[in-house]
Design a binder for this molecule. Structure first.
Ligand code: SF4
Length: 200
């Protein structure tokens, strides 16, 4: 079975750019599955911008509401490709969402959020916990304790440049939904409780 680069679920089209990630979340579906919804998402090779656009051109667009960068990994790992594909999508009038673990600025060692202004309409950030200790225990970030603080800083930055910002968590024991809601409210971001999955 070949790997899916672009696949549709409901009204959304998903782009699978990478399997690499800077977290290793306890609840990540990558731990016990190689895909979702019948799509194999383990990539043998990361697709090029041209390959993704070729797949997008073939994809069914009836009733399509959005195109989402998510994947079976962290799309910020491939920032330049995200920017090039998002530019193409915006030129074609698409609503663009990015699902991210919020490590983008750590990954690239600079504030990358302004580079996504006008390209991404909605940034959906996996908050996952209400404090650094819980985040570390649950997500095992390669950056250690600084990761949680960096996710919050990333979300704050997104509020300045991206029209819609959503903070999400998975309902797992030990995570304070109330505490996470409070953080989202403080940042004036939306809050979403999502199903057990990858950060999709
Ligand atoms: S859930 Fe998302 S952030 Fe966590 S390991 Fe999986 S792909 Fe990475």
């Amino acid at each position: 079975m070949h790997s899916s680069i672009v696949y549709r679920i409901g009204d959304s089209l998903y782009i699978n750019l990478t399997n690499r990630c800077t977290n290793d979340c306890e609840f990540c579906i990558r731990r016990n599955s190689d895909g979702v919804g019948g799509e194999r998402l383990w990539l043998d090779e990361e697709p090029t911008v041209e390959q993704v656009i070729a797949e997008l051109e073939k994809a069914p667009t009836a009733h399509l509401k959005e195109v989402v960068f998510c994947g079976f990994g962290e799309p910020m790992m491939r920032l330049e490709e995200v920017k090039a594909i998002a530019k193409w999508l915006k030129e074609h009038g698409m609503y663009v969402r990015m699902n991210t673990n919020g490590h983008g600025n750590l990954i690239h060692g600079r504030n990358v959020v302004p580079e996504l202004a006008g390209l991404v309409d909605c940034m959906s950030i996996s908050l996952n916990a209400s404090n650094a200790a819980t985040y570390d225990a649950l997500c095992h970030p390669i950056y250690g304790r600084q990761a949680f603080k960096a996710v919050l800083a990333f979300a704050r930055e997104c509020k300045r440049h991206i029209p819609r910002v959503v903070l999400s968590i998975v309902k797992v024991p030990g995570v304070s939904i109330w505490g996470c809601r409070r953080i989202a409210a403080k940042l004036k971001a939306e809050f979403r409780l999502r199903h057990y999955d990858s950060h999709i």
